[in-house]
Design a protein around this ligand. Structure first.
Ligand code: FES
Length: 131
């Protein structure tokens, strides 16, 4: 096996090499965790308006990688292992504005931080025009 294939196999799964399961190298697993996303990514620039039911448990996606926004689908396990979803149980039926930009200081609720994200996007695009 070429050394690059070995590295990639170890990187991928901390798992399969030579076609059979190998014990995961703690060093590779640690490197993988460090190099994978430790910061949330914005799923959208505006909050999600969601009706929630009293007593039902919800898991708000905190990493931004879920395909079922604004709720968790388990994508953080591979894309951002250091970020966990925020679980909450509403005390009554209501409509909530759940953060989609993942920068809120009042998770899972929107606190207006998405304006900062939109501003940063705007600054980046303007900088691109004048390069
Ligand atoms: S959508 Fe994140 S703070 Fe509003």
């Amino acid at each position: 096996m070429k050394s690059s294939n070995f590295v990639m196999a170890a990187w991928r799964g901390c798992g399969l090499t030579f076609g059979r399961p190998q014990p995961a190298s703690p060093v590779f697993c640690m490197m993988r965790r460090v190099l994978l996303s430790t910061q949330p990514v914005p799923a959208a620039r505006l909050p999600y308006r969601v009706k929630v039911s009293a007593g039902k448990r919800y898991a708000w996606c905190a990493c931004g990688h879920s395909k079922k926004q604004p709720f968790c689908d388990g994508a953080h396990k591979t894309a951002a292992p250091t970020i966990s979803p925020l679980r909450f149980t509403p005390d009554k039926d209501r409509t909530l504005m759940l953060c989609a930009c993942k920068q809120t200081k009042n998770a899972p609720h929107c606190d207006g931080s998405h304006f900062k994200v939109m501003w940063q996007d705007l600054v980046k695009s303007v900088k691109g025009v004048f390069k």
